[in-house]
Design a protein around this ligand. Structure first.
Ligand SMILES: NC(=O)C1=CN([C@@H]2O[C@H](COP(=O)(O)OP(=O)(O)OC[C@H]3O[C@@H](n4cnc5c(N)ncnc54)[C@H](O)[C@@H]3O)[C@@H](O)[C@H]2O)[C@@H](O)CC1
Ligand SMILES: [K+]
Length: 479
C-alpha cells in the first residue's frame, strides 16, 4: 500500500542493518544517521550558528550518532557540549566531536549532579538536548545518571536519537523513567514505540531518515489517507442501494435512546447503500426524525450491536447473530461476545471494557495497550479495536494497525456509538473486519478533527463531518 507507515521490531531492524552493513563501507550507516540527525536539529533550531547544543551520550551506537551529529553541528558554528553518561563512549564519535571543536565532559558518578553552569531550574544555557542515551539496544528505563541529567535539563527542548531513551522500543510501554521528546529522529524505519502509546506520546514529532535498509512487511502499521482512500467502497456505475450494502443497527434503548441515534448517524455516513434500524419504538421515532431515509427490519450485510442496549444487549446480539453476516459488537453487548465466536466480528471496547473482557484492571490495559489488544484478538478470535488516543486495531494473527487521526475533543459522550456505525457501514460495503475497523477509526478521527476546527464538538458533529472527510479522499464513483 502507498503511504502506509510501517513499524518494525528491533530484531527486524538488526537483521536489515547487518545485511546492509555487509555491503557498504564500515561506518556508512552511522554517517547517514548522523547527517540526518544533524539536519533535523538544524531544522528544529532554524539554524546552527551560535546555537547551544548539549548531547547526552550513552555507551552504544545511539551515543555515536549523537556525537557525529554534534560534530556536524559544531562545524556549522554551534556550541556543542557532550555529557558522557557512561565510562565508555563511541571512540570515533568522541574524536570527531573534539576535532570539530566540541567539548566532551564526563558526568559525575551516579547520584551526583551532571555538569552544569550552576544555574537552577530551567537551562537557559542550551537551546536543545540531543538524547543519545540509548536507542534500539536499550533496556526500558534509565540509569540514575541518565535520569539525573534529564532532570537537570528539564525545560530544554529535546530531540531524541532513534527513540526517546527509556521507552520499551518493541511494545510502546513506558514502565520506568524515560525521555520525553519534542522531535524523534529515527533511522531506516519506524519502531513500534513511535506509533503505540504510551511511548508514542513521548516521541513527539517523528522524523524518518532513510539509511537504505531493506525490510520485510511489518506487523504494526499506521494507515495514511491514501491507504484509506484505496480501501473505501465506491459505488459501481450501475450500483443500486442493495448492491452497495445495507447496514443494520440494533442499538439504543428506552434508557439510552441517544446511543441508537448516534450509531445510526455513523452508519448513515453515506458509505453503505441503506441503513436499517431495529429496536425500541421510541428510538425508532427519534431516528426517523433526523434520518428519514432509515428503514426498518429486513436483510442486511452487516449489523452494529450493543451501544446503549442496556438489559437488552444479549437478546439483541442473539437476534443479530441469526443472520450470518459480519458484526460490530460494542458496549453492553461485549459482555456476551462469546456468543459471536467464529463469526467475522469487530469488537470495539475502550480500556475499561477490554479489562473486563480479559479479567484484569483498566490501568493494566492503559499501561500495555498493544499487549492487551493482541491478547484479546487472539482469545476472542476477532478483530479488536481498542479505543484511545491512538486506537489500536488488532487482528487474531497478531497484525496491528495504529490509528493516528483524531483530536482530544473526540473524548466526548457518544463518539464511540458513531464509530461503531461507521465501521458497520464499511463492513456492509464489503470490507474485511480488519480493514473496516482501521479505515473506520481513521475516518472517525479525521471527522472529529475537521468538526473541531470550529470549536468544541459533540458526537453528532463527528457524524455530520464524515461525508466531507470521505469526500477529501476522492470517493466519487469511477467514470
Ligand atoms: N546498527 C546500525 O547499523 C546502526 C545503528 N544506529 C544507532 O545505533 C543504535 C543502536 O546502538 P547499540 O546497539 O550500540 O545500542 P544503544 O546505543 O541503543 O544502547 C546500548 C548500550 O546502552 C547500554 N544500556 C542499555 N540499556 C540501558 C539503560 N536503560 N540505561 C543506560 N544504558 C543502557 C548498554 O549497556 C549498551 O552499551 C540505534 O538506536 C541507532 O541510534 C545508527 O547509527 C544507524 C546504523
Ligand atoms: K535515544
Amino acid at each position: 500500500m502507498g503511504g502506509v507507515i510501517q513499524a518494525h521490531t528491533v530484531e527486524q531492524v538488526r537483521a536489515a542493518e547487518a545485511e546492509l552493513m555487509a555491503r557498504v563501507p564500515a561506518g556508512t550507516l552511522m554517517q547517514r544517521a548522523a547527517y540526518g540527525l544533524a539536519y533535523a536539529v538544524v531544522d528544529f533550531l532554524a539554524g546552527a550558528y551560535g546555537r547551544r547544543v548539549v548531547l547526552l551520550v550513552g555507551s552504544g551506537d545511539n551515543g555515536g550518532d549523537a556525537l557525529y551529529a554534534g560534530a556536524v553541528l559544531a562545524r556549522r558554528g554551534a556550541y556543542v557540549e557532550a555529557w558522557l553518561l557512561s565510562d565508555s563512549a563511541h571512540k570515533g564519535g568522541v574524536a570527531a566531536l573534539r576535532g570539530a571543536g566540541g567539548r566532551v565532559r564526563r558526568t559525575e558518578p551516579t547520584g551526583r549532579r551532571a555538569p552544569t553552569d550552576g544555574s537552577t531550574g530551567s537551562n537557559p544555557r542550551f537551546d536543545v538536548v540531543v538524547d543519545g542515551i540509548v536507542g534500539i539496544g536499550g533496556r526500558p528505563g534509565l540509569r540514575e545518571e541518565a535520569a539525573a541529567a534529564l532532570d537537570r535539563l528539564a525545560g530544554v527542548p529535546l530531540v531524541a536519537v532513534d527513540t526517546p531513551s527509556g521507552v520499551d522500543v518493541d511494545t510502546g510501554e513506558t514502565p520506568e523513567p524515560h525521555a520525553v521528546a519534542d522531535v524523534t529522529v529515527t533511522f531506516g524505519t519506524h519502531k513500534v514505540a513511535h506509533l503505540v502509546d504510551p511511548a508514542a506520546g513521548a516521541a513527539g514529532v517523528v522524523q524518518l531518515v532513510d539509511i537504505g535498509l531493506d525490510l520485510p512487511p511489518a506487523d504494526v502499521e499506521a494507515l495514511q489517507a491514501e491507504d484509506v482512500a484505496a480501501l473505501l467502497p465506491r459505488p459501481h456505475p450501475d450500483a443500486q442501494k442493495y448492491t452497495r450494502g445495507v447496514v443494520g443497527v440494533r442499538a439504543g434503548s428506552a434508557t439510552y435512546p441517544g446511543a441508537g441515534l448516534l450509531s445510526v448517524s455513523g452508519a448513515a455516513c453515506g458509505l453503505a447503500g441503506m441503513v436499517r434500524y431495529v429496536g425500541d419504538q421510541d428510538v425508532h421515532d427519534l431516528v426517523h426524525e433526523q434520518h428519514p431515509e432509515v428503514v426498518g427490519a429486513g436483510r442486511v450485510q452487516a449489523w452494529v450491536v450493543g451501544s446503549g442496549s442496556a438489559d437488552g444487549a444479549e437478546g439483541t446480539l442473539r437476534e443479530a447473530l441469526a443472520d450470518d453476516v459480519p458484526l460490530v459488537v460494542d458496549a453492553d453487548a461485549l459482555a456476551y461476545v462469546d456468543l459471536a465466536h467464529g463469526r467475522p466480528v469487530v469488537l470495539t471496547p475502550h480500556a475499561g471494557e477490554l479489562a473486563t473482557m480479559l479479567g484484569c484492571e483498566r490501568v493494566e490495559v492503559e499501561d500495555r495497550p498493544l499487549h492487551h489488544a493482541r491478547t484479546a484478538a487472539e482469545r476472542y478470535d476477532a478483530v479488536v479495536l481498542l479505543k484511545g488516543r491512538r486506537s489500536l486495531v488488532a487482528a487474531p494473527d497478531g497484525r496491528v494497525r495504529v490509528n493516528r487521526t483524531g483530536t482530544p475533543w473526540l473524548a466526548t459522550a457518544g463518539a464511540g456509538d458513531v464509530l461503531g456505525g461507521v465501521i458497520g457501514a464499511l463492513l456492509a460495503g464489503g470490507l474485511t473486519p480488519y480493514d473496516a475497523a482501521s479505515a473506520g477509526a481513521w475516518l472517525h478521527g479525521a471527522a472529529a478533527t475537521l468538526a473541531a476546527q470550529d470549536g468544541p464538538i459533540v458526537a453528532g458533529d463527528v457524524a455530520r463531518a464524515l461525508p466531507a472527510v470521505a469526500g477529501t479522499l476522492h470517493t466519487s464513483p469511477p467514470g
